[in-house]
Each structure stands twice: as structure tokens, then as C-alpha cells.
Design a protein around this ligand. Structure first.
Ligand code: M6R
Length: 369
């Protein structure tokens, strides 16, 4: 039930701190390392893997794009992420040493299921990341890592996405642990950082009133653009998808570096552009780049909505609206950066009189190809 919320979507957004914590539950052993019994693919097999391919659709695909950054960073295995609906039609190169990770909340998405079947026919091992016990995709995969988001009712995926991210980080770290590419202490550090993310998501949820206000003030606009870099790029795509499906607005996400290759021509006076700013610590190159992107966007008259870490003062002069998120390690930032975008889309859709739990033309699980 809605538990006093006006919609399932609002309830599911609010459920996220618990969903994130639950997805870690029982998966860390007493020494702070990962213990993923469910991943019933033998360590010897995982050690032989020479490539990872992630397949998924929609929001789950955005989680998969972020998984690529984590997997390549923590395991040094090449990883590609592909839309499940495109995957088998290009005759992908797969063999026994390929690990395919299929991400699906429902476990019933036909495109993803067909990709799983195709991968297994080619001899690849398939690990599903799924939120629905006993659904078709996990049943047809070699192994499954369940997300513990609880039932997600609203068509727009929110808490499932955050738990998919957690599961992807776990898979990436686990591969690093089994293959010895990531040493114990580093794994322990990231696992500890992951366990702090539930609290960070909770803090974000406590500061959303200005985001709601901003969303209402933009309800008569026709277009909103989202830009990010690195893991902020899939977050931008996710923000745009939420706005399309809920508010029926033209919304697009771009990699900030691509703006100058065309999309910057879209920007004119007053156009809202949401920018997801990477952490200023650690990856300072990325941060510098995005600061200059924000300047370019603003110089062309856009109204900038800047999502930046607490303590990041450099962006302040270029932000027409500033949304603060807690400081996190670079790779984990999507867990907090996505939340304001969910709230933004939900509020904007409501302000436009749309039904947020059941957007037009959409079904919760897409069981046709
Ligand atoms: O159940 P799945 O995770 O396989 O569903 C995939 C997409 O259909 C789903 O994420 C869709 O994009 C959502 N409505 C987005 O909010």
C-alpha cells in the first residue's frame, strides 16, 4: 500500500535508504569482504572470464552503463553495456569466457530475456541482477544476485534503480575479489563506503523541498536538458528518461563533452539545463571540465540547475539553482545524484496534472519484444 503517500512513486522514492541498505544485507562477511553465495558461478570460471557484457533496458540499462565504469575500474576487465533490444541482432562475439550480466527489475522484460537466451546459446555465463524472486530471467540464467528493493509498483523505476546500482558495485567488487585484481583492504574500504550510502540517500531526501519548488516553477516549459560526465552521464540519461515518461516533456541527456559537437545549438534563453557535477576531489580533471561546460551553457542564456557536492564552491557563481548532494567517492555518486532527479520529475509531472504511477502508454513490465 501507499503508506500515506500520494503515490506509489513517492513512497518508493522514500523507501530508497532502506532498499539500499537491504541490498547489502548478508553480503559482507565478518572480515569486511564480500560473501556472495548466490553467485553460483564457480570462482575458477570467474577467474577465466576475459570480458563482461551488460545487457538491460530503460532504467536498468542506465544502471548497466554505470556498472561498466565500476567493473573496468575495479577489475580491469573490458566491459561493454548494450541495450538488450539491440544485442542479439548484431551477432555479438561471445564465448565461454564471456560473463553476461542481465539487469532487470521485473525479470520478465522480453528484450532482456531474449538477450539472456542468446548469450547462453553462445556458451556465455549469465548472471542476472533482478528484483523479482523466481521470475523468468533469473530462472533462465546461470546465477542471480537479487536486489532487495521490495515490490516496485510505480511504472517509473526508482528504488529498483538504486538497488541495481548497489548490486552492480557488488558484482564488480566481487569479480575483483575473486580474480585478485582488487586487494582486501581496498575492497573493505569500498564496502564500507557503500554501507554509508543509505544514510547519504536519506540526507538527500531530507533536502528536497527546493527541488520540488523548482520543478513546479518549470511546469510550463517544453524542454529540459540534462548533462553529466563519467558516471554523471548515465545519471543525466536517467533524469531525462524520468521526465519523459512522467511529465511527457521533451528531455534529453548528454555527455557534457558532446555538447560542442551539436547539442549546444539547442540552448537558448531560459532553457533549463540540469548539470550533474562530479566530485571536486580525486578526479579534478573531470571537475574542471564540467565547470567550463557550465560556463559555456550559461553564456548561451540557459538557466542552470547545478547538482553538486556539499563544499563544492567553484560551481556557485554559475548556478542559477544549486542542489546539494553529500560528498561521495566518484563511482558511488549516482546513488545520491539520481534522487533529486526522481523527485524533480515526479513533482513536475504532478504539477502538469499527470498520473505519476501509471504514465500514459507505458506498462510496468514490457513482455513483448
Ligand atoms: O523490469 P526491467 O528492469 O527489465 O524493466 C526495464 C525497463 O522497461 C524499465 O526500467 C523502464 O525503463 C522504466 N519504466 C523506467 O522508469
Amino acid at each position: 500500500e501507499k503508506g500515506g503517500y500520494a503515490s506509489f512513486m513517492l513512497k518508493e522514492i522514500a523507501d530508497q535508504p532502506k532498499a539500499v541498505a537491504d541490498t547489502l544485507l548478508g553480503r559482507v562477511d565478518g572480515t569486511g569482504l564480500l560473501h556472495l553465495d548466490e553467485v553460483r558461478i564457480a570462482p575458477e570460471v570467474l577467474r577465466e572470464v576475459d570480458k563482461v557484457v551488460v545487457v538491460a533496458c530503460g532504467t536498468a540499462y542506465h544502471a548497466g552503463m554505470i556498472a561498466k565504469y565500476a567493473i573496468e575500474h575495479w577489475t580491469r576487465l573490458p566491459c561493454e553495456t548494450e541495450l538488450a533490444s539491440e544485442f542479439r541482432y548484431r551477432d555479438p562475439i561471445l564465448d565461454q569466457r564471456t560473463l553476461v550480466v542481465a539487469i532487470s527489475q521485473s525479470g520478465e522484460t522480453m528484450d532482456t530475456l531474449m538477450a539472456v537466451r542468446h548469450a547462453r546459446e553462445q556458451g556465455a555465463k549469465v548472471l542476472a541482477i533482478c528484483n523479482t524472486n523466481g521470475s523468468t530471467i533469473p530462472r533462465e540464467s546461470d546465477a542471480v544476485l537479487y536486489t532487495h528493493a521490495g515490490p516496485e509498483v510505480a511504472v517509473a523505476s526508482t528504488k529498483a534503480f538504486l538497488t541495481q546500482l548497489v548490486a552492480c558495485y557488488l558484482v564488480a567488487l566481487y569479480l575483483g575479489q575473486v580474480r585478485g585484481t582488487k586487494w582486501g583492504d581496498e575492497i573493505r574500504t569500498v564496502v564500507r563506503q557503500l554501507s554509508e550510502m543509505s544514510g547519504a540517500v536519506d540526507r538527500v531526501l531530507g533536502t528536497m523541498e527546493p527541488v520540488r519548488e523548482l520543478a513546479r516553477s518549470l511546469s510550463s516549459h517544453n524542454t529540459v536538458l540534462f548533462v553529466g560526465r563519467h558516471v554523471g552521464y548515465p545519471v543525466a540519461l536517467e533524469g531525462a528518461l524520468k521526465l519523459k515518461e512522467l511529465a511527457y516533456m521533451h528531455a534529453e541527456g548528454f555527455a557534457a563533452g558532446e555538447l560542442k559537437h551539436g547539442p549546444i545549438a539547442l540552448i537558448d534563453e531560459g532553457l533549463p539545463v540540469v548539470v550533474i557535477v562530479p566530485s571536486p576531489r580525486g578526479r579534478s580533471v573531470l571537475h574542471d571540465k564540467i565547470v567550463s561546460n557550465i560556463q559555456e551553457i550559461r553564456a548561451r542564456g540557459a538557466r542552470t540547475v547545478v547538482i553538486a557536492e556539499e563544499g563544492d564552491e567553484e560551481v556557485v557563481p554559475y548556478a542559477d539553482h544549486l542542489i546539494r548532494i553529500p560528498a561521495t567517492p566518484t563511482l558511488l555518486q549516482p546513488l545520491v545524484a539520481t534522487v533529486p532527479l526522481q523527485v524533480f520529475a515526479c513533482e513536475l509531472a504532478t504539477a502538469r496534472g499527470n498520473e505519476v504511477d501509471q504514465p500514459r502508454n507505458l506498462a510496468k513490465s514490457v513482455t513483448v519484444e
